[in-house]
Write a protein that binds this ligand. Structure first.
Ligand SMILES: *Cc1c(COP(=O)(O)O)cnc(C)c1O
Length: 405
């Protein structure tokens, strides 16, 4: 009998039943177009959208009108970067970001570079995945128009020092965008205290539906302007045309409200489960390495490398447990994750890394089951590994002369 355990909550999360319940009426009896200004169906939809804007704004200490709805964080990242670059092109053409950002940021930067519209500085990280605010300061030139740095990394969970970076951005009068998709709803977010001017987030990472997200766009001090990337009816203060996804928006709003209510107790519970998982695994196995920062990380994130096992065999052995690996399948080859590479993790250890993403619906019992399965699988694979045996016998593998005699 196989049982499936879901521990990949950085990839996506299930919709919370309370979120689904809030959404349901808006598929059927409350189906109006929020832009229909002249009848009750439209007003009802508009009222629901307004309520969602308030719920989201409250969670991040923004104002309702500063929330722009999009199809998700990928679109929000594109709109923020491309919209700022296009609108502020007379002011400058330089962006500062970090090598470990999500592909939605990195590939957008690459596309802007290819078109010759910007130059981009990709800052390095330290061995825990943290960017140094001094590096941000030093990278600023008189052409810099935007700093884009994520709140928490989706692979290794490392949390960036946004307050300090926001302060530098304010001091220099440069716009500050953050992809906070992994942080919103899980970590405290305050766009005022953090000096954030633009911020991306997505419903499906916080127990809401897929295909809906938002971009916070500061309205005052300074008023941020964006060139729209979608032409049409001029919805969302002209920044993002298209009929609003009312059901999705209601779901996103409810997900934010719940996240706000649960934030403290939930992060405490999830952190305790993560530490239980880490402790069980690391007390039973040696040669296990933690990737990312020991403390400054998302409560639900545990990213471990298991030396002396073959990565693919490990994942095969755990295939009924939904986790992510440190390798990305690109067509024929197995590429180690660029995030682990930027951390300085060697290719061998990157290939044997596993990202455990704990979330709202995981239980202690699942944690114990997963720990037990991982321990058993790693032990089994190591029993077949001559390298592990040699290491245990005290052979220095780094300096071992394989061609000896
Ligand atoms: C998931 C994720 C995205 C993409 O969000 P979508 O809503 O799926 O487009 C962007 N950035 C980060 C950090 C993410 O974790």
């Amino acid at each position: 009998m196989t049982r499936l355990v879901y521990m990949d909550n950085h990839a996506t999360t299930p919709v919370d039943p309370r979120v689904l319940e809030a959404m349901l009426p808006y598929f059927t009896e409350k189906f109006g177009n929020a832009a229909s200004r002249n009848h009750a169906f439209g007003w009802e939809a508009e009222a629901a959208v307004d309520r969602a804007r308030e719920q989201i704004a409250k969670l991040i200490n923004a104002k309702a009108k500063e929330i722009i709805f999009t199809s998700g964080a990928t679109e929000s990242d594109n709109l923020a970067l491309k919209g700022v670059v296009e609108f502020y092109k007379e002011k400058g053409n330089h962006i500062i970001t970090v090598a470990t950002e999500h592909k939605a940021i990195l590939d957008t930067c690459k596309a802007l570079e290819r078109k010759g519209l910007v130059t981009v500085t990709y800052l390095p990280i330290d061995e825990c995945g943290v960017v140094n605010p001094d590096d941000v300061r030093k990278a600023i030139t008189d052409k810099t128009i935007l700093i884009s740095i994520m709140q928490a990394n989706n692979e290794i969970g490392t949390i960036q020092p946004l307050h300090e970076i926001g302060k530098i951005a304010k001091e220099k009068g440069i716009l500050f965008h953050s992809d906070a998709t992994q942080g919103v709803g899980k970590l405290p977010v305050d766009v005022e205290a953090m000096g954030i001017d633009l911020m991306s987030f997505s419903a499906h990472k916080i127990y809401g539906p897929k295909g809906i997200g938002g971009l916070y766009v500061r309205a005052r001090n300074p008023r941020v302007r964006l060139a729209a990337q979608m032409d049409g009816g001029g919805h969302e203060r002209g920044m993002r045309s298209g009929t609003l996804n009312v059901t999705g928006i209601v779901g996103l709003g409810k997900a934010c409200e719940l996240a706000g209510e649960l934030l403290e107790s939930e992060s405490e519970r999830i952190l305790r489960m993560r530490e239980r998982l880490r402790q069980k695994i690391t007390s039973a196995l040696d040669e296990v390495y933690l990737n990312g920062h020991p403390m400054q990380r998302l409560p639900g994130n545990l990213n471990l490398s298991f030396a002396f096992v073959e990565g693919e065999s490990l994942l095969m052995g755990l295939k009924d447990i939904a986790v992510s690996s440190g390798s990305a399948c690109t067509s024929a080859t197995l590429e180690p994750s660029y995030v682990l590479r930027a951390l300085g993790v060697g290719d061998d250890l990157a290939h044997t890394s596993i990202r455990f993403g704990l979330g709202r619906f995981n239980t202690d019992e699942e944690v114990d089951y997963v720990a037990e399965r991982v321990i058993r699988e790693v032990t089994r694979l190591r029993e077949m590994s001559p390298l592990y045996e040699m290491a245990k016998e005290g052979v220095d593998l780094k300096n071992f002369n394989w061609a000896r005699d």
